[in-house]
Design a protein around this ligand. Sequence first.
Ligand code: CA
Length: 478
Amino acid sequence: MRPVGRPWESGRPLTVLQRYPFPIGSVDARDGDMMQQAGSLRIAVPAILTASLLFGCAGETGSPLATQSVGARSYAQAVGPSDWSGQSGASGHPQMSADAIRADAANFNQCLANLWPEAARRGVSRQVYDAQTQGLTPDLKIMDLVDAQPEFTKAFWEYLDLLVSDDRVARGREILTQYRPIFDQVEKVYGVDRHIITAIWGIESKYSTMIGDRSVVRSTATLACIGRRQDYFRNEFLATLELLQRNDVTPDELKGSWAGAFGPTQFMPTVYKQYAVDFDRDGRRDIVSSVPDLIASTANYFKRNGWETGQTWGYEVEVPQNFNYLLADRSRQMTIHDWERLGIRRAGGKAFPNTHARAFLLVPAGSQGPGFLMLNNFRVIMRYNPSEAYALAIGHLADRLRGGEAFVQAWPRHERALSVAERAEMQQLLSAKGFDIGEADGRFGPKTRAAIRDFQARAGLVPDGFASTTVLAKLRGS
Ligand code: CA
Protein backbone atom coordinates (compact mmCIF):
# COMPACT_ATOMS: atom_id res chain seq x y z
CA MET A 1 0.00 0.00 0.00
CA ARG A 2 1.44 3.23 -0.98
CA PRO A 3 0.21 6.19 0.88
CA VAL A 4 0.78 9.48 -0.67
CA GLY A 5 1.48 12.24 1.71
CA ARG A 6 0.64 15.83 1.33
CA PRO A 7 2.54 18.96 1.61
CA TRP A 8 2.86 19.24 5.22
CA GLU A 9 2.79 22.33 7.27
CA SER A 10 4.19 22.21 10.71
CA GLY A 11 1.52 22.78 13.26
CA ARG A 12 -1.14 21.22 11.16
CA PRO A 13 -2.52 18.07 12.68
CA LEU A 14 -0.85 15.14 11.14
CA THR A 15 -3.83 12.97 11.45
CA VAL A 16 -5.66 15.15 9.15
CA LEU A 17 -3.11 14.85 6.50
CA GLN A 18 -2.95 11.20 6.78
CA ARG A 19 -6.59 10.69 6.61
CA TYR A 20 -6.60 12.32 3.36
CA PRO A 21 -7.65 10.45 0.42
CA PHE A 22 -4.90 10.13 -1.96
CA PRO A 23 -3.80 12.17 -4.84
CA ILE A 24 -6.78 14.08 -4.36
CA GLY A 25 -4.91 17.16 -3.94
CA SER A 26 -7.89 19.16 -4.88
CA VAL A 27 -9.80 17.69 -2.07
CA ASP A 28 -7.58 18.60 0.76
CA ALA A 29 -6.74 21.77 -0.95
CA ARG A 30 -10.29 22.89 -0.70
CA ASP A 31 -10.32 22.20 2.95
CA GLY A 32 -6.94 23.37 3.89
CA ASP A 33 -7.88 26.18 6.16
CA MET A 34 -10.51 24.11 7.78
CA MET A 35 -8.05 21.39 8.44
CA GLN A 36 -6.16 23.60 10.77
CA GLN A 37 -9.24 24.29 12.78
CA ALA A 38 -10.37 20.77 12.78
CA GLY A 39 -7.51 19.51 14.64
CA SER A 40 -8.58 18.17 17.79
CA LEU A 41 -10.09 15.06 16.88
CA ARG A 42 -8.22 13.12 14.99
CA ILE A 43 -8.50 10.03 13.83
CA ALA A 44 -7.93 7.55 11.67
CA VAL A 45 -6.51 7.86 8.50
CA PRO A 46 -7.76 6.84 5.34
CA ALA A 47 -5.04 8.32 3.49
CA ILE A 48 -3.52 5.29 2.57
CA LEU A 49 -6.29 3.27 2.19
CA THR A 50 -8.09 5.45 0.06
CA ALA A 51 -5.11 5.69 -2.07
CA SER A 52 -5.04 2.03 -2.52
CA LEU A 53 -8.67 1.88 -3.16
CA LEU A 54 -8.42 4.27 -5.92
CA PHE A 55 -5.35 3.09 -7.57
CA GLY A 56 -4.89 -0.45 -6.60
CA CYS A 57 -2.68 -1.59 -3.86
CA ALA A 58 0.75 -2.71 -4.64
CA GLY A 59 2.73 -4.13 -1.82
CA GLU A 60 5.16 -1.70 -0.43
CA THR A 61 8.26 -1.53 -2.55
CA GLY A 62 8.59 -5.24 -2.65
CA SER A 63 9.38 -5.72 0.96
CA PRO A 64 6.81 -8.08 2.34
CA LEU A 65 9.23 -8.89 5.09
CA ALA A 66 8.65 -5.50 6.43
CA THR A 67 5.30 -6.49 7.65
CA GLN A 68 5.97 -9.95 8.86
CA SER A 69 7.71 -9.13 12.03
CA VAL A 70 6.73 -6.33 14.26
CA GLY A 71 9.86 -6.97 16.22
CA ALA A 72 11.56 -6.32 12.97
CA ARG A 73 15.00 -7.71 13.53
CA SER A 74 14.54 -9.94 10.56
CA TYR A 75 13.29 -7.06 8.55
CA ALA A 76 16.22 -4.89 9.42
CA GLN A 77 18.62 -7.55 8.31
CA ALA A 78 16.78 -8.35 5.16
CA VAL A 79 15.94 -4.94 3.91
CA GLY A 80 17.37 -2.21 6.03
CA PRO A 81 16.25 1.37 6.01
CA SER A 82 17.91 2.09 2.74
CA ASP A 83 14.74 2.54 0.77
CA TRP A 84 14.56 6.12 1.98
CA SER A 85 15.45 8.58 -0.77
CA GLY A 86 17.98 10.30 1.48
CA GLN A 87 16.47 13.62 0.48
CA SER A 88 15.32 16.42 2.70
CA GLY A 89 11.56 16.72 2.97
CA ALA A 90 9.68 19.15 0.77
CA SER A 91 8.13 20.86 3.75
CA GLY A 92 11.35 22.60 4.59
CA HIS A 93 10.76 21.80 8.26
CA PRO A 94 14.15 21.67 10.04
CA GLN A 95 13.41 18.23 11.44
CA MET A 96 12.79 17.01 7.91
CA SER A 97 16.25 17.92 6.59
CA ALA A 98 18.26 14.90 5.48
CA ASP A 99 20.84 15.60 8.16
CA ALA A 100 18.25 15.83 10.91
CA ILE A 101 16.60 12.61 9.74
CA ARG A 102 19.97 10.83 9.76
CA ALA A 103 20.79 12.17 13.21
CA ASP A 104 17.43 11.13 14.60
CA ALA A 105 17.74 7.72 12.96
CA ALA A 106 21.15 7.22 14.55
CA ASN A 107 19.56 8.00 17.90
CA PHE A 108 16.55 5.77 17.29
CA ASN A 109 17.31 3.10 19.86
CA GLN A 110 18.11 5.64 22.54
CA CYS A 111 14.91 7.50 21.72
CA LEU A 112 12.90 4.31 22.19
CA ALA A 113 14.72 3.56 25.42
CA ASN A 114 13.77 7.00 26.67
CA LEU A 115 10.12 6.13 26.14
CA TRP A 116 10.24 3.10 28.42
CA PRO A 117 9.42 4.96 31.67
CA GLU A 118 6.28 6.43 30.14
CA ALA A 119 5.32 3.05 28.70
CA ALA A 120 5.76 1.51 32.14
CA ARG A 121 3.66 4.24 33.68
CA ARG A 122 0.90 3.25 31.26
CA GLY A 123 1.03 -0.34 32.37
CA VAL A 124 3.15 -1.79 29.59
CA SER A 125 5.27 -4.65 30.85
CA ARG A 126 8.98 -4.86 30.23
CA GLN A 127 8.36 -8.07 28.36
CA VAL A 128 5.94 -6.50 25.90
CA TYR A 129 8.11 -3.44 25.55
CA ASP A 130 11.22 -5.46 24.79
CA ALA A 131 9.44 -7.79 22.42
CA GLN A 132 8.30 -4.83 20.35
CA THR A 133 11.39 -2.66 20.46
CA GLN A 134 14.44 -4.90 20.59
CA GLY A 135 16.15 -4.86 17.25
CA LEU A 136 13.57 -2.49 15.85
CA THR A 137 14.85 -0.26 13.08
CA PRO A 138 13.21 2.89 11.78
CA ASP A 139 11.25 2.73 8.56
CA LEU A 140 12.83 5.77 6.96
CA LYS A 141 10.82 5.41 3.79
CA ILE A 142 8.06 7.01 5.80
CA MET A 143 10.02 10.26 5.80
CA ASP A 144 9.56 10.44 2.05
CA LEU A 145 5.85 9.78 2.41
CA VAL A 146 5.35 12.34 5.14
CA ASP A 147 6.56 15.12 2.91
CA ALA A 148 5.46 13.84 -0.46
CA GLN A 149 3.95 16.51 -2.65
CA PRO A 150 0.98 15.65 -4.76
CA GLU A 151 1.75 16.12 -8.41
CA PHE A 152 -1.75 16.50 -9.62
CA THR A 153 -5.13 17.22 -8.29
CA LYS A 154 -8.59 15.92 -8.90
CA ALA A 155 -11.79 17.79 -9.27
CA PHE A 156 -14.39 17.29 -6.59
CA TRP A 157 -16.58 15.18 -8.85
CA GLU A 158 -13.71 13.00 -10.02
CA TYR A 159 -13.10 12.16 -6.41
CA LEU A 160 -16.74 11.29 -5.85
CA ASP A 161 -16.81 9.17 -9.00
CA LEU A 162 -13.87 7.15 -7.76
CA LEU A 163 -15.13 6.60 -4.25
CA VAL A 164 -18.82 6.14 -4.89
CA SER A 165 -18.51 3.60 -7.67
CA ASP A 166 -21.19 1.10 -8.67
CA ASP A 167 -18.87 -1.64 -7.54
CA ARG A 168 -18.55 -0.14 -4.07
CA VAL A 169 -22.31 0.29 -3.87
CA ALA A 170 -22.95 -3.32 -4.88
CA ARG A 171 -20.44 -4.79 -2.47
CA GLY A 172 -21.69 -2.57 0.31
CA ARG A 173 -25.21 -3.87 -0.14
CA GLU A 174 -23.86 -7.39 0.19
CA ILE A 175 -22.09 -6.40 3.39
CA LEU A 176 -25.32 -4.96 4.77
CA THR A 177 -27.15 -8.19 4.04
CA GLN A 178 -24.38 -10.42 5.31
CA TYR A 179 -24.10 -8.65 8.66
CA ARG A 180 -27.68 -7.53 9.10
CA PRO A 181 -28.11 -9.03 12.59
CA ILE A 182 -24.98 -7.25 13.80
CA PHE A 183 -26.06 -3.95 12.27
CA ASP A 184 -29.47 -4.38 13.90
CA GLN A 185 -27.89 -4.74 17.32
CA VAL A 186 -25.37 -1.97 16.84
CA GLU A 187 -28.00 0.48 15.64
CA LYS A 188 -30.08 -0.33 18.69
CA VAL A 189 -27.19 0.41 21.03
CA TYR A 190 -25.51 3.37 19.32
CA GLY A 191 -28.18 4.89 17.11
CA VAL A 192 -25.80 5.36 14.21
CA ASP A 193 -27.04 4.66 10.70
CA ARG A 194 -25.67 1.37 9.37
CA HIS A 195 -25.24 2.84 5.92
CA ILE A 196 -22.79 5.42 7.21
CA ILE A 197 -20.74 2.74 8.97
CA THR A 198 -20.74 0.64 5.83
CA ALA A 199 -19.71 3.64 3.73
CA ILE A 200 -16.77 4.30 6.05
CA TRP A 201 -15.77 0.67 5.80
CA GLY A 202 -16.09 0.73 2.03
CA ILE A 203 -14.13 3.89 1.50
CA GLU A 204 -11.44 3.33 4.12
CA SER A 205 -10.48 -0.18 3.12
CA LYS A 206 -12.78 -1.23 0.31
CA TYR A 207 -14.57 -3.46 2.78
CA SER A 208 -11.41 -4.88 4.32
CA THR A 209 -9.83 -5.85 1.02
CA MET A 210 -7.26 -3.09 1.12
CA ILE A 211 -5.59 -2.47 4.39
CA GLY A 212 -2.09 -1.17 4.82
CA ASP A 213 0.69 -3.67 5.30
CA ARG A 214 3.10 -1.72 7.44
CA SER A 215 3.79 -2.61 11.03
CA VAL A 216 1.93 -0.10 13.19
CA VAL A 217 4.56 -0.47 15.91
CA ARG A 218 7.39 0.26 13.54
CA SER A 219 5.63 3.15 11.80
CA THR A 220 4.60 4.91 14.97
CA ALA A 221 8.02 4.29 16.57
CA THR A 222 9.68 5.81 13.52
CA LEU A 223 7.46 8.87 13.58
CA ALA A 224 7.82 9.17 17.37
CA CYS A 225 11.58 9.55 17.06
CA ILE A 226 12.22 11.03 13.63
CA GLY A 227 10.74 13.91 11.68
CA ARG A 228 8.49 16.75 12.52
CA ARG A 229 5.57 15.25 14.44
CA GLN A 230 7.38 13.40 17.16
CA ASP A 231 5.26 14.71 20.03
CA TYR A 232 2.10 13.55 18.36
CA PHE A 233 3.47 10.15 17.46
CA ARG A 234 5.02 9.39 20.81
CA ASN A 235 1.48 9.15 22.07
CA GLU A 236 0.44 6.95 19.13
CA PHE A 237 3.41 4.66 19.68
CA LEU A 238 2.71 4.33 23.39
CA ALA A 239 -0.98 3.71 22.70
CA THR A 240 0.06 0.93 20.32
CA LEU A 241 2.08 -0.73 23.07
CA GLU A 242 -0.86 -0.38 25.43
CA LEU A 243 -3.22 -2.20 23.15
CA LEU A 244 -0.68 -4.97 22.65
CA GLN A 245 -0.30 -5.18 26.41
CA ARG A 246 -4.04 -5.59 26.73
CA ASN A 247 -3.93 -8.31 24.13
CA ASP A 248 -6.75 -6.63 22.23
CA VAL A 249 -5.06 -7.31 18.94
CA THR A 250 -2.05 -9.40 18.06
CA PRO A 251 1.15 -7.97 16.60
CA ASP A 252 0.29 -9.71 13.33
CA GLU A 253 -3.00 -7.85 13.15
CA LEU A 254 -1.33 -4.52 13.69
CA LYS A 255 -0.67 -3.64 10.10
CA GLY A 256 -1.70 -0.41 8.58
CA SER A 257 -0.83 2.82 6.89
CA TRP A 258 2.53 4.51 7.20
CA ALA A 259 0.90 6.79 9.74
CA GLY A 260 -0.22 3.94 11.94
CA ALA A 261 -3.91 3.76 11.07
CA PHE A 262 -5.11 0.18 11.02
CA GLY A 263 -8.13 -2.03 10.67
CA PRO A 264 -10.96 -1.92 8.12
CA THR A 265 -12.06 1.54 9.24
CA GLN A 266 -8.52 2.75 9.85
CA PHE A 267 -8.36 3.78 13.46
CA MET A 268 -5.26 5.43 14.81
CA PRO A 269 -3.97 3.72 17.97
CA THR A 270 -5.15 6.56 20.24
CA VAL A 271 -8.56 6.52 18.62
CA TYR A 272 -8.66 2.80 19.06
CA LYS A 273 -7.78 3.24 22.71
CA GLN A 274 -10.56 5.75 23.19
CA TYR A 275 -13.37 4.33 21.09
CA ALA A 276 -12.92 0.63 20.42
CA VAL A 277 -15.50 -1.61 22.08
CA ASP A 278 -15.77 -5.33 22.70
CA PHE A 279 -19.17 -5.84 21.17
CA ASP A 280 -18.96 -9.61 20.83
CA ARG A 281 -17.88 -9.87 24.47
CA ASP A 282 -14.99 -12.20 24.01
CA GLY A 283 -12.82 -10.02 26.22
CA ARG A 284 -10.88 -8.37 23.40
CA ARG A 285 -11.58 -5.16 21.50
CA ASP A 286 -10.63 -6.49 18.13
CA ILE A 287 -11.51 -4.17 15.27
CA VAL A 288 -9.28 -6.09 12.92
CA SER A 289 -10.74 -9.57 13.01
CA SER A 290 -14.10 -9.22 14.75
CA VAL A 291 -16.83 -7.74 12.59
CA PRO A 292 -19.09 -7.01 15.58
CA ASP A 293 -16.25 -5.15 17.29
CA LEU A 294 -15.41 -3.31 14.08
CA ILE A 295 -18.96 -2.15 13.38
CA ALA A 296 -19.70 -1.22 16.97
CA SER A 297 -16.40 0.60 17.48
CA THR A 298 -16.97 2.71 14.39
CA ALA A 299 -20.53 3.43 15.50
CA ASN A 300 -19.21 4.36 18.93
CA TYR A 301 -16.84 6.84 17.38
CA PHE A 302 -19.67 8.56 15.54
CA LYS A 303 -21.99 8.48 18.51
CA ARG A 304 -19.42 10.00 20.82
CA ASN A 305 -18.61 12.68 18.28
CA GLY A 306 -22.15 13.92 18.12
CA TRP A 307 -24.03 11.81 15.60
CA GLU A 308 -27.72 12.66 15.73
CA THR A 309 -29.81 9.52 15.53
CA GLY A 310 -32.48 9.53 12.87
CA GLN A 311 -30.99 12.55 11.13
CA THR A 312 -29.34 12.43 7.73
CA TRP A 313 -26.09 14.16 6.74
CA GLY A 314 -27.54 16.62 4.26
CA TYR A 315 -29.39 17.15 1.00
CA GLU A 316 -28.58 17.95 -2.59
CA VAL A 317 -30.24 21.27 -3.36
CA GLU A 318 -30.92 23.55 -6.29
CA VAL A 319 -29.58 27.06 -5.92
CA PRO A 320 -31.52 29.80 -7.74
CA GLN A 321 -30.04 32.12 -10.32
CA ASN A 322 -28.51 35.27 -8.91
CA PHE A 323 -28.17 33.70 -5.51
CA ASN A 324 -25.92 35.50 -3.08
CA TYR A 325 -23.09 32.99 -2.87
CA LEU A 326 -21.55 34.83 0.03
CA LEU A 327 -24.08 32.88 2.08
CA ALA A 328 -22.50 29.60 1.01
CA ASP A 329 -20.11 29.52 3.91
CA ARG A 330 -19.55 26.90 6.55
CA SER A 331 -19.84 29.49 9.27
CA ARG A 332 -23.31 30.53 8.17
CA GLN A 333 -25.85 28.10 9.58
CA MET A 334 -29.55 28.66 9.14
CA THR A 335 -32.63 26.51 9.37
CA ILE A 336 -33.72 24.75 6.22
CA HIS A 337 -36.83 26.87 6.43
CA ASP A 338 -34.68 30.00 6.16
CA TRP A 339 -32.81 28.55 3.21
CA GLU A 340 -36.10 27.82 1.50
CA ARG A 341 -37.10 31.44 1.92
CA LEU A 342 -33.92 32.35 0.03
CA GLY A 343 -35.02 30.18 -2.87
CA ILE A 344 -33.08 26.99 -2.10
CA ARG A 345 -35.01 23.87 -3.12
CA ARG A 346 -34.34 20.21 -2.54
CA ALA A 347 -33.14 18.64 -5.78
CA GLY A 348 -35.50 16.43 -7.68
CA GLY A 349 -38.60 18.23 -6.49
CA LYS A 350 -38.69 16.44 -3.15
CA ALA A 351 -39.68 18.07 0.11
CA PHE A 352 -37.34 18.40 3.07
CA PRO A 353 -38.49 16.05 5.83
CA ASN A 354 -37.56 18.51 8.55
CA THR A 355 -37.27 22.23 7.94
CA HIS A 356 -36.22 23.10 11.47
CA ALA A 357 -32.79 21.52 11.20
CA ARG A 358 -29.90 23.93 10.84
CA ALA A 359 -27.61 23.61 7.86
CA PHE A 360 -24.90 25.36 5.93
CA LEU A 361 -24.74 25.59 2.16
CA LEU A 362 -21.87 24.01 0.27
CA VAL A 363 -21.36 24.62 -3.45
CA PRO A 364 -18.27 22.58 -4.30
CA ALA A 365 -18.32 23.56 -7.98
CA GLY A 366 -19.72 27.02 -7.51
CA SER A 367 -22.72 28.18 -9.49
CA GLN A 368 -22.11 25.58 -12.20
CA GLY A 369 -22.74 22.54 -10.02
CA PRO A 370 -25.10 21.19 -7.40
CA GLY A 371 -25.50 22.73 -3.99
CA PHE A 372 -25.76 20.85 -0.72
CA LEU A 373 -27.34 21.76 2.57
CA MET A 374 -25.22 20.16 5.26
CA LEU A 375 -26.64 19.20 8.63
CA ASN A 376 -24.83 18.51 11.87
CA ASN A 377 -24.09 14.91 10.93
CA PHE A 378 -22.05 16.12 7.97
CA ARG A 379 -19.77 17.85 10.45
CA VAL A 380 -19.56 14.63 12.43
CA ILE A 381 -18.38 12.79 9.31
CA MET A 382 -15.80 15.51 8.80
CA ARG A 383 -14.43 14.74 12.24
CA TYR A 384 -13.47 11.38 10.84
CA ASN A 385 -11.64 13.11 8.02
CA PRO A 386 -11.83 16.86 7.68
CA SER A 387 -12.33 16.91 3.96
CA GLU A 388 -15.57 18.09 2.43
CA ALA A 389 -15.15 15.78 -0.54
CA TYR A 390 -14.50 12.83 1.73
CA ALA A 391 -17.52 13.58 3.91
CA LEU A 392 -19.76 14.08 0.89
CA ALA A 393 -18.53 10.79 -0.59
CA ILE A 394 -19.37 9.02 2.67
CA GLY A 395 -22.82 10.60 2.84
CA HIS A 396 -23.59 9.92 -0.78
CA LEU A 397 -22.35 6.34 -0.67
CA ALA A 398 -24.53 5.79 2.40
CA ASP A 399 -27.53 7.11 0.50
CA ARG A 400 -26.76 4.88 -2.47
CA LEU A 401 -26.41 1.86 -0.19
CA ARG A 402 -29.84 2.69 1.18
CA GLY A 403 -31.22 2.59 -2.35
CA GLY A 404 -30.94 6.28 -3.18
CA GLU A 405 -30.16 7.68 -6.58
CA ALA A 406 -27.14 9.47 -7.92
CA PHE A 407 -27.12 13.25 -7.66
CA VAL A 408 -29.70 14.93 -9.83
CA GLN A 409 -27.68 17.88 -11.04
CA ALA A 410 -24.67 17.72 -13.31
CA TRP A 411 -21.16 18.70 -12.38
CA PRO A 412 -19.27 21.09 -14.64
CA ARG A 413 -17.17 18.34 -16.12
CA HIS A 414 -15.71 20.65 -18.71
CA GLU A 415 -13.85 22.35 -15.89
CA ARG A 416 -10.58 20.79 -14.89
CA ALA A 417 -8.95 20.92 -11.51
CA LEU A 418 -6.13 23.41 -11.24
CA SER A 419 -2.71 21.86 -10.98
CA VAL A 420 -0.64 22.27 -7.85
CA ALA A 421 1.42 24.92 -9.58
CA GLU A 422 -1.69 26.76 -10.74
CA ARG A 423 -3.09 26.74 -7.23
CA ALA A 424 0.07 28.26 -5.91
CA GLU A 425 -0.01 30.83 -8.66
CA MET A 426 -3.63 31.69 -7.95
CA GLN A 427 -2.87 32.24 -4.29
CA GLN A 428 0.15 34.38 -5.13
CA LEU A 429 -1.85 36.51 -7.54
CA LEU A 430 -4.69 36.96 -5.05
CA SER A 431 -2.27 37.84 -2.31
CA ALA A 432 -0.40 40.28 -4.54
CA LYS A 433 -3.70 42.03 -5.24
CA GLY A 434 -4.35 42.45 -1.56
CA PHE A 435 -6.82 39.62 -0.98
CA ASP A 436 -6.40 37.73 2.27
CA ILE A 437 -5.81 34.08 1.46
CA GLY A 438 -4.44 33.06 4.83
CA GLU A 439 -1.41 30.86 4.42
CA ALA A 440 -0.12 30.49 0.85
CA ASP A 441 0.12 26.75 1.06
CA GLY A 442 -1.55 25.52 -2.11
CA ARG A 443 -4.55 24.42 -0.09
CA PHE A 444 -7.80 26.11 -0.85
CA GLY A 445 -9.79 26.47 2.31
CA PRO A 446 -12.50 28.90 3.35
CA LYS A 447 -10.14 31.88 3.32
CA THR A 448 -8.91 31.28 -0.18
CA ARG A 449 -12.47 30.66 -1.26
CA ALA A 450 -13.54 33.98 0.24
CA ALA A 451 -10.65 35.74 -1.51
CA ILE A 452 -11.70 34.21 -4.81
CA ARG A 453 -15.26 35.40 -4.23
CA ASP A 454 -14.06 38.91 -3.55
CA PHE A 455 -11.96 38.91 -6.68
CA GLN A 456 -14.82 37.46 -8.75
CA ALA A 457 -17.15 40.18 -7.53
CA ARG A 458 -14.63 42.85 -8.46
CA ALA A 459 -14.04 41.25 -11.86
CA GLY A 460 -17.71 40.98 -12.70
CA LEU A 461 -17.85 37.19 -12.38
CA VAL A 462 -20.37 35.22 -10.33
CA PRO A 463 -18.77 35.32 -6.86
CA ASP A 464 -19.13 31.62 -6.05
CA GLY A 465 -15.58 30.96 -4.84
CA PHE A 466 -14.94 28.22 -7.38
CA ALA A 467 -11.29 28.10 -8.42
CA SER A 468 -11.75 27.67 -12.14
CA THR A 469 -9.28 28.17 -14.96
CA THR A 470 -11.44 31.12 -15.98
CA VAL A 471 -10.77 32.81 -12.66
CA LEU A 472 -7.07 32.11 -12.99
CA ALA A 473 -7.01 33.59 -16.48
CA LYS A 474 -8.81 36.69 -15.21
CA LEU A 475 -6.33 37.00 -12.39
CA ARG A 476 -3.38 36.75 -14.76
CA GLY A 477 -4.83 39.38 -17.06
CA SER A 478 -5.96 41.84 -14.49
CA1 CA B 1 -14.35 -8.75 20.99
